[in-house]
Design a protein around this ligand. Structure first.
Ligand code: PEP
Length: 229
């Protein structure tokens, strides 16, 4: 099982340190892998049960890419885990599939664990064209890559408080299972109240959590819920 916290543009270096200190006090099941993705400015080497990853990175070692970080900056803190293709990168910051696939290829070549996000917009869901849309978001991505973790995150469920229904998640995960045998996560308004239901969905290996992960108490509650499964 996998549980990952995406801090997005929340938390400072000091509050991340405190969060990760408290996380050490939160009992976790042996088979649960924890990941925390703080903002760039809080990347560091931390003690504790969670693997620290970056929310994004440019596909180059170093160079003239203003505002970006690359392999050199990640290496400083021993970071080998990344989120790529998050819907906020795609939709708010206009990242193209070509750019995302280039980053993927670069970090795959360097053995990174990559949380690769896909998910349809509400418009696409209403039109019923989900599979084609997801396939386009997987273009250029090596679905056999052993460091790959796919997160299905419907855009309309992210940060809205409205999680996708069990049946909706199950259907998409079943489709993704026809494409890859790598672990599949769900993300989109996961919280302590619904994590057990989500974890029981066939094909679901874990959750990528935004909002409900920002408070350590709530993240710890989700860990507890996973322990009870
Ligand atoms: C996310 O951004 O990856 C996410 C799942 O956010 P939230 O949990 O807030 O919907």
């Amino acid at each position: 099982m996998i549980l990952a916290a995406n801090f997005k543009m929340n938390h400072t270096r000091a509050s991340t340190k405190e969060y990760l200190r408290k996380l050490q006090e939160c009992p976790k099941p042996k088979d649960l892998e924890l990941f925390v993705f703080p903002p760039y400015t809080a990347l560091d080497r931390y003690e504790g049960p969670a693997v620290i990853g970056a929310q994004n990175a440019y596909g180059a070692e170093q160079g003239s890419y203003t505002g970006e970080i690359g392999l050199q900056q990640l290496k400083e803190f021993g970071i080998t885990t990344l989120i790529l293709g998050h819907s906020e990168r795609r939709h708010l910051f206009g990242e193209s599939q070509e750019l995302i696939a280039q980053k993927f290829a670069f970090y795959k070549e360097r053995g990174f664990t990559i949380f690769y996000c896909v998910g349809e917009t509400l418009d696409i869901r209403e039109k019923g064209d989900i599979q084609r849309y997801l396939l386009a978001q997987l273009e250029g991505i090596d679905l056999k890559y052993e460091g790959l973790i796919v997160a299905y995150e419907p855009v309309w469920a992210i940060g809205t408080g409205r999680s996708a229904k069990e049946e909706e998640i199950k259907e998409v995960l079943a489709f993704l299972q026809t494409l890859t045998s790598r672990p599949l996560l769900y993300g989109g308004s996961v919280k302590p109240q619904n994590i057990q239901t989500i974890m029981r969905i066939q094909g679901c290996s874990g959750a990528l959590v935004g909002t409900a992960s920002w408070r350590i108490e709530s993240f710890c509650q989700m860990i507890q819920k996973m322990k009870e499964l």
